[in-house]
Design a protein. Structure first.
Length: 329
C-alpha cells in the first residue's frame, strides 16, 4: 500500500510557505553547532535510504528536503518508516551506537518541530540502549612528550601556532570548538596571572580559565608571529605558508593539525584525545573527582568518574584490600 501524505488542509502550519531552511532553523534553535552538524548528517543518510524506496518525492536528497517531506506524513506512516529504517540499519550490521544516534536525530528534530508548532506529532522512537563505556585514556605521557617536543622543534610559523594549539588542548583540556572560538585580545590575558576566556560546552556565557606558564609562553610566541590585530586567535595558513589574517581555523583545521602532528611521531590520536590524556594524567595523580570535574568543566561528575573508573585502579585496590590477610586499621 503506497504511503499517503497528510492532506494539506490538516497540516498544522503552512509548511510549504515556511520553507525547509526555516524549518530547520526552528528545529536547531539553541542547539550546539557540533550537534547540529551531526544531526544534519544523520538526516542526510536517512534521506539517501528513504528516497530510493519511492516513499517521497523531494527534488533533492538534502536533509532540509527530507525533514520537510517526513513531517508531512501521518504519525503512523512516519513510525512505520522509522521502524523499517532501524531494521535496515541493524540488518546492515551497524553498531548499536550508530543506530541510536540515527534514531535520536529523527526523534529530536521532530520533537523540536512539534514544540515549535511545525509538526502535528512526535516520533518517539525507542532508541537502543548503548553501553556508556568508552576509552578515555588518550595518548600516554611518553607519546604526549614526543608530540609536544616534535612540534616545539618546528620553528616555522605553522609550528609555533600548532604548539600553542596542542598546549591549549592538552595543557588546559580545551575542546576543539572552544579553541576555534577564541578571540584576540578579548579572550586572552598573558600577564602575571594568564587566563583564557572560553565559551564551554553547554554554557550560556564565557568564563575565565587559568592557564599555566608554558601555555602562556606558547601563546605569546604565537602572537609574535600572528600580530596583535583584533580577530580570531588562531588563523589559517595558505598552502604556500602565508598567514591569512582574519580567517579563523575551523574544527577540521584543528583536527588536521593534531592528527598530522601525531602521525609524524607515530602516535594515533585526535583533538579530544589530548583532553582525555590531560584528565587521565590528573586522575592518575590522585586528583579527586570533584576537583577533576571542576577543572575539566564536565556538567556531570559521572562523566569525570568514567576517567577514574577506566584506569582500573579503584577495582585493583579494593580487590587487594579484600584478599589482604591483615585487617585494615
Amino acid at each position: 500500500m503506497p504511503i499517503q501524505r497528510r492532506p494539506a488542509d490538516t497540516a498544522p502550519v503552512e509548511i510549504e510557505a515556511l520553507g525547509a531552511a526555516a524549518l530547520l532553523d526552528a528545529a536547531f534553535h539553541g542547539m550546539a553547532e557540533t550537534t547540529r552538524t551531526a544531526y544534519l548528517g544523520e538526516w542526510a543518510r536517512f534521506g539517501r535510504w528513504w528516497k530510493p524506496l519511492g516513499l517521497h518525492d523531494a527534488a533533492e536528497q538534502e536533509p532540509e528536503a527530507t525533514v520537510q517531506a517526513f513531517i508531512r506524513l501521518d504519525v503512523a506512516q512516519a513510525r512505520v518508516i522509522a521502524v523499517t529504517y532501524r531494521k535496515w540499519m541493524e540488518g546492515q550490521g551497524l553498531q548499536t551506537a550508530t543506530v541510536a544516534r540515527a534514531l535520536g536525530a529523527l526523534n529530536s528534530i521532530t520533537s523540536r518541530l512539534a514544540w515549535a508548532g511545525q509538526c502535528a506529532w512526535t516520533l518517539s522512537m525507542k532508541v537502543p540502549r548503548v553501553q556508556p563505556y568508552r576509552d578515555t585514556r588518550g595518548p600516554t605521557q611518553e607519546e604526549m612528550h614526543a608530540l609536544l617536543d616534535a612540534c616545539a622543534a618546528d620553528t616555522r610559523p605553522q609550528g609555533v601556532r600548532d604548539l600553542a594549539i596542542l598546549l591549549c588542548l592538552f595543557g588546559r583540556g580545551l575542546r576543539r570548538a572552544e579553541v576555534c572560538a577564541l578571540l584576540y585580545p578579548g579572550d586572552v590575558r598573558l600577564g602575571a596571572e594568564p587566563q583564557l576566556c572560553v565559551l564551554g560546552k553547554g554554557r550560556g556565557q564565557k568564563e575565565w580559565l587559568e592557564i599555566s606558564l608554558p601555555i602562556a609562553e606558547a601563546l605569546a610566541a604565537w602572537l609574535d608571529v600572528r600580530g596583535l590585530e583584533d580577530g580570531p586567535l588562531f588563523l589559517r595558513f595558505t598552502r604556500g605558508g602565508k598567514l591569512e589574517q582574519g580567517r579563523a581555523m575551523d574544527g577540521d583545521g584543528i583536527y588536521y593539525v593534531v592528527t598530522s602532528r601525531a602521525e609524524a611521531v607515530d602516535v594515533e590520536t585526535r583533538p579530544h584525545g589530548l583532553r582525555h590524556a590531560a584528565i587521565t594524567k590528573l586522575a592518575k595523580a590522585g586528583v579527586g573527582v570533584w576537583d577533576l570535574s571542576s577543572w575539566s568543566r564536565h556538567s556531570k561528575t559521572d562523566t569525570t568518574r568514567g576517567y577514574i573508573d577506566n584506569l582500573g585502579e579503584s577495582d585493583r585496590k579494593l580487590t587487594a584490600l579484600v584478599t589482604d590477610r591483615e585487617e585494615p586499621e
